[in-house]
Ligand binder design. Structure first.
Ligand code: UDP
Length: 372
């Protein structure tokens, strides 16, 4: 069977890398990889780490391009790949413009679509924007749905997906994390890990921060930065490590509000292995990222999520992730609780992960080969 895997951003690359490696190791498939490079540098770092070389590289990233420009370029450019390679299945991931537009292009060409990380929903089309609509479009088109959890699978069944078209697999992010941790355990190191070791203050409680959601641009990031400033000023035993996303809407408030604090370390985005390492060294994590919510419970790290809703309710229910929104006071209060109340901290740092057991790729392969 000919299969084309297609992705374009860092989080997709992280979550598709273990699946690519697993499928490549099976003789039953002819697998090719196409990257749109919706993100360039951050995507390439992940491909390098997992030693993956794409067969097709559409190289579509351009500074300041609109979502419509990107979407139209994806449909236009992937078409030639589809026509030349003629796959039976196209595999896309999650909720990006790449996922929805590649799925649409495949549908136009009568090619079946498998959706990895299917069924996550907020049912609020503006949050997260544009991801919620990207994942719904992809879900409507997909012929096979690989849902990471029972809850996401149930969303699909409620929407009319037939049970034989859906399988609950666990999230491939855990398969990726296990591969990454294994490499680090076996001595893998890199410049970013060495730089982290240079800045980490012994015995400090590290708060690791990431943020990039469009909906938090403006007031959300202002509030976040002011809250971090407050925590950094009030707690001298805390070290804040913040790999700042390259988007100017993030860079501007972060640099303006947080640059001159002695226990706040603003650094460039970390490559994936270094980020895993940083998560592992942290006391807790403050983020608006989806993937980080899924990874951190494996490492037993509490996560405070700077959003009002999440399409990943499982860890919130399990008690290891808490939604704190983007209000200044709620962020400060939630951080203070974890820093001051040991019982609350221990409750959130249980390493129970509802998102996967590291065998998602095997389940996806089995469903692809034996769909009925
Ligand atoms: N990540 C990384 N370097 C960083 C921050 C995050 O490699 O500096 C990884 C992280 O481990 C996770 C993924 O990027 O697997 C999450 O990506 P992001 O937050 O950009 O997207 P989302 O998951 O929200 O779609």
């Amino acid at each position: 069977m000919k299969v084309l895997m297609c992705f374009g951003t860092r989080p997709e690359a992280i979550k598709m890398a273990p699946l690519y490696i697993y499928l490549k190791s099976r003789q039953t498939l002819e697998l090719k990889l196409c990257v749109t490079a919706q993100h360039r540098q951050m995507l390439d770092q992940v491909l390098d780490f997992f030693e993956i070389i794409p067969d097709f590289d559409l190289d579509l990233m351009q500074k300041n391009q609109s979502l419509n420009q990107l979407a139209s370029k994806i449909i236009y450019s992937i078409d030639e790949v589809l026509v030349n390679f003629q796959p039976e299945y196209v595999l896309v991931h999650g909720d990006t413009t790449t996922s929805s537009m590649v799925a649409l292009a495949a549908f136009h060409r009568g090619i079946k679509v498998g959706h990895v990380e299917a069924g996550l929903r907020t049912y609020n089309k503006l949050s997260p924007f544009p991801e919620e609509i990207n994942r719904q479009i992809t879900g409507r088109i997909a012929d096979l749905h690989f849902a990471p959890t029972i809850w996401s699978g149930q969303n699909l069944l409620n929407e009319g997906v037939k049970s034989e078209e859906m399988v609950v697999t666990g999230n491939t992010v855990i398969d990726a994390l296990n591969l990454g941790l294994e490499k680090i355990k076996n001595g893998y190191t890199c410049l970013d890990i060495e730089r982290l070791n240079d800045i980490i203050i012994p015995n400090a409680k590290i708060i690791l921060i990431t943020g990039h959601r469009r909906e938090n641009f403006g007031d959300g990031f202002e509030n976040l930065c002011n809250a971090i400033k407050q925590i950094a000023t009030d707690f001298h035993d805390v070290q804040i490590i913040y790999p700042v996303h390259l988007n100017p809407n993030v860079q501007e408030p972060v640099n303006r509000i947080l640059s001159n604090l002695k226990n706040v370390f603003l650094i460039s985005p970390l490559d994936y292995p270094s980020f895993i390492y940083a998560m592992d060294q942290s006391y807790f994590i403050l983020t608006d990222s989806g993937g980080v919510q899924e990874e951190a419970p494996t490492l037993g790290k509490p996560v405070l999520v700077m959003r009002n809703n999440t399409e990943r309710p499982e860890a919130v229910k399990a008690g290891t992730v808490k939604l704190v929104g983007t209000n200044y006071e709620s962020i400060v209060n939630a951080c203070k609780e974890l820093l001051l109340n040991n019982e609350a901290y221990l409750k959130m740092s249980r390493s129970h992960n509802p998102y996967g057991d590291g065998f998602a790729c095997e389940r996806i392969y089995n469903k692809l080969i034996f769909p009925k």
